[in-house]
Design a protein around this ligand. Structure first.
Ligand code: NAD
Length: 292
């Protein structure tokens, strides 16, 4: 079993991005600038946005963190997004999800200028991805593809089972994995909450991508010998042995599944770090495209 090591791969990619920013600035380009919008104070969202801003500093990007109250109206939030759309200094905009229940995430995402849509969630970005046109790929699926590329895993001829059909992970993953390209060139099955006998599908998978949001849901009896397992899930469970009383686990029962795998991502230190790489690469691309 080989670990698909998010620390190693993201470290390598971040070095590349840092150098690209230096070269870009040496050629007269301006620092890429990411604006992150955080509505309310959901602790997980705070942590994700904090990490994104920290990475901007580390990689030589400018960043703006716009904190807005949880009771902001949808119209006011969209008006804030429009200000960022019209701010020439800003190259990329991300609105951290989930949003409070009274706000439609679709309406807010649709309001982002597609040229600044560095999370890759806008319908124009997703449509271009579907057609195989150059675009901002959704950050998590993009990060997973970067990881497969780093380990030179070519999925041509493989059967890939994606569990989960969200717009931000599961669905784009099925598209990227089924491209006529490298690393994504697999035969893909999408499974979801209404799939009957999930195990019948996963047992025939050469590669499983689990994006479910249920701790340790994929167990060893669901995985065939030698499979590649990509665990997207981030779930906080109770753990009395930890000072905090909790710890993070993925959607895969790592301890028992890992011995059967040829490759597997850990949680934490797996896909989460790759998501940041996808976001940063998109932001640098946005800065370069906007400069043209
Ligand atoms: P989501 O809730 O939008 O989607 C979950 C999907 O899982 C749904 O499509 C649903 O049909 C499917 N599902 C639910 N129960 C199922 C079951 N019993 N069997 C089969 N399918 C089932 O979640 P999401 O936004 O796609 O995120 C999924 C997980 O990935 C979450 O744990 C989330 O925190 C994590 N996540 C991690 C990253 C990262 O960077 N590592 C990024 C985004 C999301």
């Amino acid at each position: 079993m080989q670990l698909l090591d998010g620390v190693l791969v993201s470290g390598h990619i971040k070095e590349q991005i840092k150098q690209e920013v230096i070269d870009w600035q040496a050629g007269g380009g301006k620092k890429p600038h990411l604006a992150a919008v955080l509505v309310g104070n959901n602790p997980a969202s705070e942590a994700y946005v904090g990490s994104k801003v920290k990475h901007c500093d580390e990689l030589g990007f400018d960043s703006t963190l716009l904190r807005l109250p949880a009771d902001i109206s949808e119209a006011d939030l969209i008006s804030e997004v429009n200000k960022l759309n019209n701010d020439d200094a800003v190259d990329g905009i991300l609105v951290q999800l989930p949003l409070p229940d009274h706000i439609s995430p679709d309406s807010v995402i649709n309001a982002i200028n597609p040229d600044k849509d560095v999370d890759g969630f806008h319908p124009i970005s997703q449509g271009r991805m579907l057609l195989g046109q150059p675009t901002f790929l959704p950050a998590t699926p993009y990060g997973i593809m970067l990881m497969l590329e780093y380990y030179k895993i070519n999925t041509s001829g493989m059967h890939c089972v994606v569990i989960g059909r969200s717009n931000i992970v599961g669905t784009p993953m099925t598209i990227l994995m089924s491209r006529n390209g490298n690393p994504g060139n697999a035969t893909v099955t999408m499974c979801h909450s209404r799939t009957k006998n999930l195990k019948d599908f996963t047992l025939s998978a050469d590669i499983i991508v689990a994006a479910i949001g249920r701790p340790k849901y994929v167990t060893e009896d669901m995985v065939k010998e030698g499979a590649i397992v990509i665990d997207v899930g981030i779930n906080r469970i109770e753990d009395a042995t930890r000072k905090s009383g909790t710890r993070l686990v993925g959607d895969v029962d790592f301890e028992n599944v890992a011995p059967k795998c040829s490759y597997i991502t850990p949680v934490p230190k797996g896909v989460g770090l790759m998501t940041i790489c996808g976001l940063m690469k998109n932001t640098l691309l946005a800065a370069k495209m906007r400069a043209k």
